[in-house]
Design a protein around this ligand. Structure first.
Ligand SMILES: Cc1cc2nc3c(=O)[nH]c(=O)nc-3n(C[C@H](O)[C@H](O)[C@H](O)COP(=O)(O)OP(=O)(O)OC[C@H]3O[C@@H](n4cnc5c(N)ncnc54)[C@H](O)[C@@H]3O)c2cc1C
Length: 422
């Protein structure tokens, strides 16, 4: 069959490799001048290509629509991917948190391996080619009543900016989401899907820094906190709770913990402000922390308050905590009241920030939302309504936490899309 794959990102390349292995005549159309521009910047240029966890953890790290991924993961999972790369000569290593990287620490080696795999299997690549639309005709299928149309052709602007119409049996769209648009994924693929009548759920940035209302946050810029707890609730409902590392930015926070948090609170944050609770001593209960402070205070009875909490908090945080505690900085420690001390404990265990918005797509690692999974068959990635049309990767309404899981979604859905073309 004549197969076009739109987009030479992780999902598109995997789909092309797989479709060629299945004996199809495959051409990849990519708007950029080369493959894998986004892969190149992943994992800070090292490409955290997957996660070596077990199957339960793999699913647990998918934020939106994990159930949809079950079939694709059972056909081609993280361990299959690692084996595939090793068989192709890419040496890989597993780091902290089961994150998998190429031994070379160069994402370019991942792209080179995929380019070679495509070439070895006879995939043709047409760069500087923008796909602008799809032509379908109405069609009814005896066996599958959901099918309403079938693919006829796609419209492209080729490298000389000439409009062309390419007839095809099958097109696999793997155009990515809307994040880091400089890499080529600007949401055009989603517009094309919408024009075809497919439901596209609201998109928003995810795995992205969060902005806070409090002005004093600026004074903390650059401060990084390790082993802290963060939680966000909407009324009684817990939207996010996690433990790890964060860093203060000019207007809020970033870092692994906050990026994960952004994926869970983004939707609610569009409706209203939310309070983020920061626990700077999650390993101590309120009571244990109070006892610890009491002990410190006993040792430093005649010190000013401002000089008594050095061992408890990072230096940059101290003026903020002092200000928020309402305790005079020059108050002698032995004069601090029980009530004041409990206020201090509360601040350290539950410092509260008002989340106002997420940063935008320019800084987002992933797009939340996309083509509704209800439109797509989870085994084959075919659009249920349109014969010949397949989707894979970040275009779909699936997003995951950091750790190699988003690329794994792209690899697995790409593999599925290339496997069952009809
Ligand atoms: C800074 C950053 C770091 C990241 N790090 C990691 C990481 O370490 N591990 C991890 O798992 N995930 C990471 N991610 C997420 C991961 O990169 C994405 O989930 C993944 O690349 C999505 O793959 P994709 O193939 O669906 O889309 P993309 O990689 O975006 O590929 C889509 C391709 O389609 C092309 N295209 C788009 N529209 C058209 C069109 N109309 N015509 C022709 N071509 C078109 C684009 O040019 C692009 O090449 C990171 C993301 C960012 C932004």
């Amino acid at each position: 069959m004549k197969v076009y794959v739109v987009g030479a990102g992780a999902a598109g390349m995997m789909a092309a490799i797989r479709a060629a292995e299945m004996g199809h005549n495959v051409t990849v159309l990519e708007r950029n001048e080369k493959s894998g521009k986004k892969i190149y910047i992943t994992g800070k240029g090292r490409c955290n290509l997957t996660n070596a966890c077990d199957s339960d953890q793999l699913l647990a790290n998918i934020v939106s629509n994990p159930k949809f991924m079950m079939s694709a993961f059972s056909a081609f999972n993280n361990h299959d991917l690692m084996k595939m790369f090793e068989d192709e000569g890419l040496e890989i290593k597993v780091e902290r948190g089961n994150r998998v990287f190429p031994v070379s620490d160069h994402s370019s080696d991942v792209i080179r391996t995929l380019d070679k795999m495509m070439r070895d299997r006879g995939v043709k690549l047409e760069y500087n080619t923008l796909v602008t639309g799809v032509e379908t005709e109405s069609y009814s299928c005896e066996e599958d009543k959901k099918v309403q149309a079938r693919l006829v052709a796609i419209k492209v602007l080729d490298s000389s900016k000439k409009e062309k119409r390419l007839e095809a049996d099958v097109v696999i769209f793997a155009c990515g989401g809307k994040s880091y648009q400089v890499t080529g994924s600007d949401g055009l693929g989603l517009q094309i899907a919408e024009k075809l009548g497919l439901k596209v759920t609201a998109t928003r940035p995810a795995l992205v820094p969060i902005s806070f209302k409090e002005d004093y946050i600026r004074e903390l810029e650059g401060l990084s906190l390790k082993n802290v707890g963060v939680s966000v609730k909407d009324g009684k409902k817990e939207l996010y709770s996690g433990f790890g590392e964060l860093v203060y930015t000019a207007d809020g926070m970033s870092g692994p913990l906050i990026l994960s948090c952004s994926s869970k609170i983004g939707k609610k944050l569009e409706e209203k402000e939310l309070i983020l609770h920061l626990d700077m001593k999650p390993s101590l209960s309120y009571d244990q922390l109070d006892q610890r402070i009491l002990r410190d205070f006993k040792d430093e009875m005649n010190k000013d308050f401002r000089n008594s909490i050095d061992s408890l908090l990072p230096r940059k945080m101290i003026p903020i905590v002092i200000k928020l505690s309402g305790i005079a900085p020059d108050k002698k420690v032995n004069l601090i009241t029980h009530e004041e001390r409990l206020r201090l404990v509360s601040l350290i265990k539950d410092m509260q920030y008002t989340c106002v918005k997420l940063h935008d797509f320019r800084e987002a690692i992933i797009t939340q939302g996309g083509i509704s999974v209800k439109e797509i068959d989870p085994k084959t990635m075919r659009a249920k309504k349109i014969k010949g049309l397949y989707f894979a990767g970040e275009m779909l309404d699936i997003d995951a936490f950091t750790g190699g899981f988003n690329l794994q979604v792209a690899w697995s859905t790409g593999y599925a899309a290339g496997s069952y073309l009809e």
